[in-house]
Design a protein around this ligand. Structure first.
Ligand code: TGC
Ligand code: FAD
Length: 392
């Protein structure tokens, strides 16, 4: 049963502005009316609900924290986070679609693109008329993207030639434009590679048990020739380019996963109150209460952590390691909440009639992408000790 009420144990909503509350309420209404009725069917069929793409554009869900000048809503970072929370309450695949479009495609075009690239792409991406993807990970370079093998070399006449392969790319096969990161003689650079460019293809990866309602693809680049002015992102060189985008997306994930956690907690609470065993509701047993109390506590801590991070972000004070802490903590908490919620549902917990197994499986991807749980611990570890435990 979709709840119209957010789980709010500590007066979290009192800490929001009127605008932030409105954004959250609108997104919640959208998820209840348009995502929840179709998501289970799409997850079972391993398809993305494509009809929602323009609808989410209409509602301003792509890049909502970018300026109005480019067709975006110019909202606060906190409002953006709340939007991710509500979308992921529907499904991590829906939030992933919006995160990639906003934080990993629109953001780099906004932050590193030329004015012509911004004007060409941002309004269309904001409306959902065009779809984007972000290609950083390669078959042999996941946690260590700095080792990438994809290579771009200058060609005469203001052109570049790109060769390489990317893997695990969300929205890859749907995308009209791929932000592709490649090594060049001048360091890592970002390129906008358009669908249909000769030598470029994006076959879909099949067989996932997680994020089934999301398209994941390879990107294959074989002697792809692109025009410098149209394709090269002029504003950044080096790994800090893609990592800067990841900081934006990880921030959204730190909020988003709480939506999945809330869906599982609410379902478990309702189920435990209704399910009678040994002549009493299972909610009246100490063991199930321990689970529910733990879940609501972790959810509440996650909300407060995300909100403080959002306030710092809106003051331009949030550091990448603080974003890592919130991504790591909140994904881990959400994953544990969904796992416990599944057990509260007994056998019913493995059925699609309840959202718990779908969210639980989705969070295995979220735990791994945008920096694994381990990598975020190591990033925080490096910051607090001054010593790197992951570099060779
Ligand atoms: P390192 O030497 O530490 O840094 C290189 C340069 O980057 C800067 N930097 C950052 N800038 C902005 N934000 C961050 N988070 C940054 N982290 C580092 C750094 O200051 C430096 O700048 P400069 O000016 O000195 O050159 O680089 P490293 O190679 O040692 O790597 C560090 C490490 C391990 C933290 C990084 O490689 C990492 O985060 N690895 C994890 C990889 C990852 O997260 N991949 C995600 C792929 S995209 C994805 O998963 C999308 S899922 C989409 C969905 O469906 O939602
Ligand atoms: P590896 O880096 O091989 O790690 C394997 C294990 O080793 C992990 O447990 C890791 O924590 C651990 N490990 C690695 N290095 C160390 C170390 N130094 N010390 C200790 N432990 C270590 N990428 C994109 O570019 N764009 C996308 O849109 C995108 N979407 C994705 C969608 C899905 C559904 C998934 C699953 C992934 C997606 N990814 C995407 C890729 C994702 O970012 C990578 O999978 C992730 O960064 C981890 O890389 P890897 O899978 O190669 O694991």
């Amino acid at each position: 049963m979709a709840s119209s009420e957010m789980t709010d144990y500590m007066g979290f909503q009192q800490l929001l502005t009127e605008e932030e509350r409105m954004v959250r309420a609108q997104a919640r209404q959208f998820v209840n009316a348009e995502v929840l009725p179709v998501i289970e069917e799409h997850a079972q069929a391993a398809t993305f609900p494509r009809h929602l793409i323009p609808r989410m554009g209409e509602l301003g869900f792509y890049g909502p924290n970018l300026p109005a000048k480019y067709g975006c809503a110019g909202l606060s970072g906190v409002a953006y986070g709340l939007l991710m929370y509500e979308l992921e309450r529907g499904d991590s695949g829906i939030r992933s679609f919006a995160s990639v479009q906003g934080s990993l495609v629109m953001y780099p075009i906004f932050a590193y693109g030329s004015e012509a690239q911004r004007e060409h792409w941002l309004p269309k991406l904001a409306r959902g008329e065009k779809i984007g993807c972000f290609g950083l990970t390669e078959p042999d370079f996941g946690s260590n993207p700095g080792g990438m093998r994809t290579r771009a070399v200058r060609e005469p006449g203001g052109k570049w030639r790109i060769n390489g392969a990317k893997m695990w790319i969300t929205n890859g096969s749907l995308a009209d434009v791929a932000v592709v990161w490649a090594k060049t003689d001048e360091g890592i650079r970002g390129f906008l590679v358009e669908k249909g460019t000769p030598g470029f293809s994006a076959p879909e990866m099949k067989g996932k048990w997680s994020l089934r309602a999301s398209v994941t693809s390879e990107l294959v680049l074989e002697d792809v020739i692109v025009d410098e002015e149209r394709s090269l992102l002029p504003g950044v060189k080096g790994l800090k380019g893609p990592l800067g985008c990841l900081t934006q997306a990880r921030y959204g994930i730190a909020w988003g996963v709480l939506g999945a956690a809330e869906a599982c907690y609410q379902s478990a609470l309702e189920y435990a109150k209704e399910r009678i065993q040994f002549d009493k509701p299972i909610a009246a047993t100490q063991l199930q209460q321990e689970k529910l109390a733990w879940m609501v506590t972790e959810l509440t801590k996650g909300q407060l952590l995300a909100l403080q991070l959002g306030r710092l972000k809106d003051e331009h004070k949030a550091t990448p390691a603080q974003v890592s802490m919130a991504k790591m903590n909140n994904v881990n908490a959400a994953r544990e909440i969904c796992l416990r919620a599944r057990t509260v549902h007994g056998a019913n917990g493995i059925l699609g009639e309840y959202p718990v197994m779908r969210h639980m499986a989705n969070l295995e991807s979220v735990y791994t992408y945008e920096g694994t749980h381990d990598m975020h611990l190591l990033i925080i570890g490096e910051e607090v000790t001054g010593l790197s435990a992951f570099r060779g």
